[in-house]
Every structure is written in structure tokens, then in C-alpha cells.
Design a protein around this ligand. Structure first.
Ligand SMILES: CC(C)(COP(=O)(O)OP(=O)(O)OC[C@H]1O[C@@H](n2cnc3c(N)ncnc32)[C@H](O)[C@@H]1OP(=O)(O)O)[C@@H](O)C(=O)NCCC(=O)NCCSC(=O)c1cc(O)c2ccccc2c1O
Length: 157
């Protein structure tokens, strides 16, 4: 795992689980993940915490871009796990803003699943989340380059 790869810089935990970003913008953040053993709970379905991790990651990146690369912090996340996603399923994730304020943003994140052999139009919803984020936290000196680095990496994806 190359710590300098773009997706590792954008979100290290999501990269480790195999998440692939497809779109990163102020109005939509999307990507997909194949459900592997390392994403599962003991009953071999997608761990609920992984779904929440995807929601937190996508909403934070979207809010960061929409705020002009301010430092954002999630302050509330609610999630409904509607269907299990099984080992081998492909999970699609899509996030969009519900409200973009000067200080507070709210993003919706939806996860869908298909079997590898199924057409994408047959996808079924796995979960729906709402994430509330505070935008504009002070940036400490030791991470002062983080916004520029993120901006550079995201613009190249
Ligand atoms: C909880 C539900 C089963 C409730 O379904 P409900 O009856 O309200 O709704 P439907 O009838 O419309 O069914 C929707 C959907 O649910 C699945 N399903 C329903 N019944 C069953 C069943 N008997 N067995 C298996 N699956 C069922 C089915 O996919 C249905 O879809 P269809 O398209 O086929 O109609 C349901 O809401 C549900 O399954 N939700 C998802 C729950 C989930 O995946 N949660 C996150 C993972 S759990 C978790 O995170 C976790 C669990 C652990 O035990 C752990 C243990 C140790 C460490 C960690 C753990 C952990 O992280």
C-alpha cells in the first residue's frame, strides 16, 4: 500500500478496505467497494461500521470541497441499515449535499448493492445516512499543508 497514492491521501481507511472513488465534487461524491472478508462482520455481511465509515468519508470530502477546502469535522451521523450486503457483492456509494451553510453542512449518503453478475440497474439500497459537518475548524501547524495537498490530489483524480 503506497501511502503517497492519491486515494490513500484522500481517505486512508477507505483505501485500505478497497474503496474506489469515481467522482469528487462539491455536489456529488461517488465510488464503489467490493465486499471482501476485511469489510465483513462475523455473519459475512458488510459490517455496519464500514457503511458508516463510507458515509463519514464521502460526506466529509464533499463538504470540504464545497467549503473551499476548509477543515471540516463530522458532528452527527445517523444511518439506517436497510438490507445486508453479502461477501462478493459490489456496493455503490453516492453522496450529495442537502444543505450547504457557511458553518454547517448536511450531506445524504446512499449505499446500493448488486451481485457481480447483475446489471447496475438492478441495484438495491443497502443503507441511507445523514451526516452533519462543521466547516471551518482552525488548522494546526503540523497539518497546515493538508488542504492544499487534498486540493492537488482531488483535482488530478
Ligand atoms: C433488519 C432487517 C432484516 C429487517 O428487514 P424488514 O423485515 O424490516 O424488511 P423487509 O422484509 O423489507 O426486508 C428488507 C431486506 O432485509 C433482508 N432480510 C429480511 N428478512 C431477512 C431474513 N430473515 N434473513 C436475512 N435477510 C433478511 C433482505 O435483504 C431484504 O431485502 P429483499 O430485497 O430481499 O427484500 C433488514 O432491514 C436488514 O437486513 N437490514 C440490514 C442489517 C445490516 O446489514 N446491518 C449492518 C450489519 S450488522 C453489524 O454491523 C454487526 C452485526 C453483528 O452481529 C456483529 C457481531 C460482532 C461484531 C460486529 C457485528 C456487526 O458489526
Amino acid at each position: 500500500m503506497d501511502p503517497k497514492s492519491p486515494e490513500f491521501i484522500i481517505d486512508p481507511p477507505l483505501k485500505i478496505l478497497g474503496f474506489v472513488f469515481e467522482e469528487l465534487s462539491a455536489t456529488r461524491v461517488a465510488g464503489h467497494l467490493t465486499v471482501t472478508e476485511k469489510c465483513c462482520q462475523p455473519f459475512k455481511v458488510l459490517h455496519g461500521g464500514v457503511s458508516a465509515l463510507i458515509a463519514e468519508g464521502l460526506a466529509s470530502l464533499g463538504a470540504g470541497i464545497a467549503s473551499g477546502y476548509k477543515r471540516v469535522a463530522g458532528i452527527h451521523l445517523s444511518i439506517h441499515h436497510l438490507r445486508p450486503a453479502a461477501l462478493g457483492d459490489i456496493v455503490f456509494a453516492e453522496s450529495f449535499p442537502v444543505s450547504v451553510g457557511k458553518n454547517i453542512q448536511v450531506w445524504e449518503v446512499r449505499l446500493w448493492k448488486t451481485k457481480k453478475t447483475e446489471k447496475p440497474e438492478n441495484k438495491k439500497m443497502v443503507s441511507t445516512s445523514r451526516v452533519t459537518l462543521f466547516c471551518g475548524l482552525p488548522i494546526p501547524d503540523h497539518v497546515k499543508d493538508a488542504p492544499d495537498e487534498l486540493k492537488k490530489v482531488i483535482s488530478k483524480l
